[in-house]
Design a protein around this ligand. Structure first.
Ligand code: BTN
Length: 323
């Protein structure tokens, strides 16, 4: 009902809308409307109320609710259905559940905060309220499961390009899909797949972007390794404006992948990762490998030439640049 009240008030930006009119349209009592208005105010909506003239929306907070995001969207299909939550365990887990129940390609899950935000390799993703973006996108690509890592590379390219468009800074992708600004991590991706041997049912793209996070909010251990767009741009970020840019880039890059195939995505990823020829140390299932990165293969695996001159194919792990 909150969303419907907001939609009605937004359709009347210049004037008041009477409580009677709202209650008639939504088929609920005027007391019920008043209760919801009081609740909306606690979320940061500034709503003027007068017994004579009714309600008027003065200002909206930077929430990522459908009523805030949808009017800004310029995508054809990506993000047209939004599942929004003020707080939840993990948007990826929710998107996975929704996809199992038949949610369509392009539906997205957004949370203002996550209680159990998940990172790669079983790590936690710190997800405090109202400051960052916690997004999961449901995709149903008709590709064989072994090509799924290309979807991850595609999403990393789209996220890097959204950050570039929004901030003007060129981010670097760190294999497999960390996004760095000035050598500090600004965004991370956790993609999950549900498939049979020869068919993908769906992919969940989980994207976390640090937008308005202040340095002191990061845990001490990662304070020097992490950053946010606010920190780099020295100004507060409109989360809904950033989300709009990100959804556009995701739609564009996913369509590019489906139309042009792996080479287009791999080329874009390589340009933004600049990993070829770099001396790296890779931690992979507890093993540490040192060598020179030769690039990524068409399945997104990192090809490493070890110090012993052996070529290794690394499918998961963490990379550290040695110089
Ligand atoms: C990483 O770099 O380790 C990946 C972090 C991914 C975090 C995002 S936030 C939205 C989505 N939901 C989750 O639980 N995780 C991803």
């Amino acid at each position: 009902m909150d969303e419907e009240i907001l939609r009605l008030l937004k359709d009347h930006p210049s004037g008041f809308l009477s409580g009677e009119e709202i209650s008639r349209r939504l088929k609920v009592t005027r007391t019920a409307i008043w209760k919801r208005v009081k609740h909306l105010r606690t979320l940061g909506y500034e709503i003027k109320a007068s017994t004579r003239t009714g309600y008027r929306l003065i200002q909206s907070p930077d929430l990522l609710t459908p009523s805030e995001v949808k009017p800004l969207l310029r995508t054809k299909w990506m993000g047209r259905t939004i599942h929004h939550f003020h707080s939840m365990d993990s948007t990826n887990s929710k998107a996975y559940q929704l996809a199992l129940q038949g949610a369509r390609e392009g539906e997205i899950v957004i949370a203002e905060s996550q209680k159990r935000g998940r990172g790669r390799l079983g790590r936690k993703w710190f997800s405090p309220p109202l400051s960052n973006l916690y997004l999961s996108v449901i995709l149903r690509p008709k590709i064989p499961p072994h090509q799924a890592p290309l979807i991850t590379l595609m999403a990393a390219v789209a996220t890097a390009d959204a950050i570039k468009k929004f901030s003007g800074f060129q981010p670097l992708i760190k294999w497999p899909n960390d996004i760095l600004l000035k050598n500090r991590k600004v965004a991370g991706l956790l993609n999950e797949i549900h498939s049979e041997m020869d068919r993908i049912h769906f992919v969940i793209l989980g994207i976390g972007v640090n937008l308005n996070m202040d340095k002191r909010l990061f845990a001490k251990e990662i304070r020097s390794l992490a950053t946010s767009l606010k920190r780099e741009m020295e100004q507060s970020i409109s989360r809904k404006a950033f989300l709009q840019t990100l959804l556009e880039e995701l739609e564009m890059w996913y369509e590019t992948f489906l139309e042009k195939g792996a080479p287009a995505v791999l080329e874009a990823w390589r340009e933004r990762a600049k990993i070829q020829g770099r001396a790296v140390r890779v931690t992979c299932f507890g093993e540490i490998l040192a060598g020179v990165a030769m690039g990524v293969d068409s399945d997104g695996a990192l090809i490493l030439e070890t110090e012993e001159g052996e070529r290794k194919r690394v499918v998961a792990g963490d990379v550290e640049y040695r110089r």
